[in-house]
Ligand binder design. Sequence first.
Ligand SMILES: [Fe+2]
Length: 211
Amino acid sequence: MSARPMPTQETEQSSAKRFIAAVRQLHADEPDVDQRWEKMGSLLSELLADPSVKAQSEQWPSCDQGGLTAAEGGQRAQNLLLYEDPDHGFVINGLVKAPGTRTSIHDHAHNWTLYGVLDGNETIERYERLDDGSKPDYAEVRKTENAEVGPGKIDLVRPWQIHAEQSGEERTVAIIVRAEKPGTFLQGRYDPETRKYWQGYGPTQIPCDFE
Ligand SMILES: [Fe+2]
């Protein structure tokens, strides 16, 4: 008489755990950084499509987005820290924006970022830099894209890309994978009106359960 098979680890794993395992595997298997971040998109899509992930995000607190301009002090924004990988260094962040919240126009310096919308609708803006960067504290930027996006949208933000996001009339939630934890290195900030450029540290990390 054969014993009843034990449930496999696979069937017991949550989407979050499966996603983390798959991203770890991708880091081990894909040495080409461009390829790695391109391939990660389909893994994040799967995570965003799981209703249990959206259900747990309903408990996540809103994140401050800090000051919008240098004049406002360039305060630091907040992200929820859902996971930090001990071997590969990548992190998974949650970003909950209250209705009518706008991020600053910024870049992420050298850090790779995969941004996925989990809940709510928002606008993703992209900018291009027009000057050569030789003048201190100065940058000319021009908006090149203004995309209305909703749940399931994946946006790959390559190093140094200039962008902003804005929530509409509802709360929006994003899950973000970053190559390394932000907050310890300087990132660019841009004000197209005054052409002011300055740098500030990335979001502070607020630990949050992700199961
Ligand atoms: Fe960003």
